[in-house]
Design a binder for this molecule. Structure first.
Ligand code: SAM
Length: 284
């Protein structure tokens, strides 16, 4: 079944009485070039199990299933289940789990479904929840090799910004702490049904196996990062004192140890300096 043929897609949707939910970020891929490119770049191949988030009518799911040993896809909208039963009928290596991915026990899912396989995440993410999903995947430390996802173009720019630049954010620090990130290719808004108001891009995060900080230091580090970026135009001393209740004097002295001025803002700190300032604050 050709799930990028507009006539075929319209026919399936109307036979099942399906209407798109804007709230769930339902923009389905109809450009035939996109899914093969995501699969190729996303480790969908022999020896890999792929975890997909959000199936829509299964256009990417099918492409992943053609290439990987197994695909497990988590989809929140139960109205899509009868459609998927039809569109993915030819595959015996796909399992759909009807759940909110944010509530899923992914450690258990991977243990139970992907024993003996490398695991990769591939998805065209629902835009309303892109950053929370990516941060959840990173922070949960599930055993995955890579995350290859379509996100809004602006989100891709933030994810791939340099830590310590005006374009960076808490999510930039997150991806660079847990691995390395690459902007792979852009996708125009006309590649989707219905077409969203913005263009998109596909990025890949390769996860690193080593841990830079112990668990407590890591937790504290991300509290500092989130507090700092929640008021990014303020000085670090101002944002940390108002959000975390750390005195400005303590922040000044942690900055001083690194040779940094009192007026430093979080977006001016590169990864090493951020980690060093956070470690100094934790010590105090
Ligand atoms: N993969 C399909 C494609 O590319 O055509 C659909 C992508 S669409 C942008 C996002 C999908 O994620 C929708 O099917 C939507 O129902 C689903 N979704 C939204 N929120 C979700 C959540 N919290 N957990 C799991 N799936 C979710």
């Amino acid at each position: 079944m050709n799930l990028t043929n507009i006539g075929t897609v319209k026919d399936i949707l109307s036979r099942h009485g399906f209407s798109f939910s804007k709230g769930l970020g339902q923009n389905f891929i109809i450009n035939p070039d996109i899914c093969p490119k995501i699969a190729e770049n996303g480790n969908a191949c022999e020896g890999f199990g792929v975890l997909e988030i959000g199936t829509g009518i299964g256009v990417l799911t099918a492409e992943l299933a053609k290439r990987a040993d197994k695909v497990v896809a988590v989809e929140i909208d139960e109205r899509l289940l009868p459609i998927l039963a039809e569109t993915l009928a030819d595959f015996d290596n796909v399992k759909i789990i009807n759940e909110d991915v944010m509530k899923c026990d992914l450690h258990r899912l991977i243990d139970e479904e992907f024993a003996g396989l490398h695991v990769a995440v591939c998805a065209n993410l629902p835009y309303y929840i892109t950053s929370p999903i990516i941060m959840m995947l990173l922070e949960s430390r599930i055993p995955i090799d890579s995350i290859t996802v379509m996100v809004q173009k602006e989100a891709a720019q933030r994810l791939c910004a340099k830590v310590g630049s005006r374009e960076s954010g808490a999510i930039t620090v997150g991806v660079n702490y847990y691995g390395t990130v690459k902007n792979l290719f852009g996708v125009s808004r006309g590649s989707f049904m219905p077409a969203p108001n913005v263009d998109s891009a596909v990025i890949r995060i390769d996860l690193s196996k080593e841990k830079r900080l112990d668990e407590d230091s890591e937790k504290f580090f991300f509290k500092v990062v989130k507090a700092g970026f929640s008021q990014r135009r303020k000085t670090l001393a101002n944002s940390l004192s108002s959000v975390m209740g750390i005195s400005k004097e303590k922040v000044y002295s942690a900055l001083k140890v690194q040779g940094l001025p009192e007026a430093t803002r979080i977006e001016q700190l590169d990864m090493d300096k951020l980690i060093a300032v956070s470690a100094e604050l934790m010590k105090q």
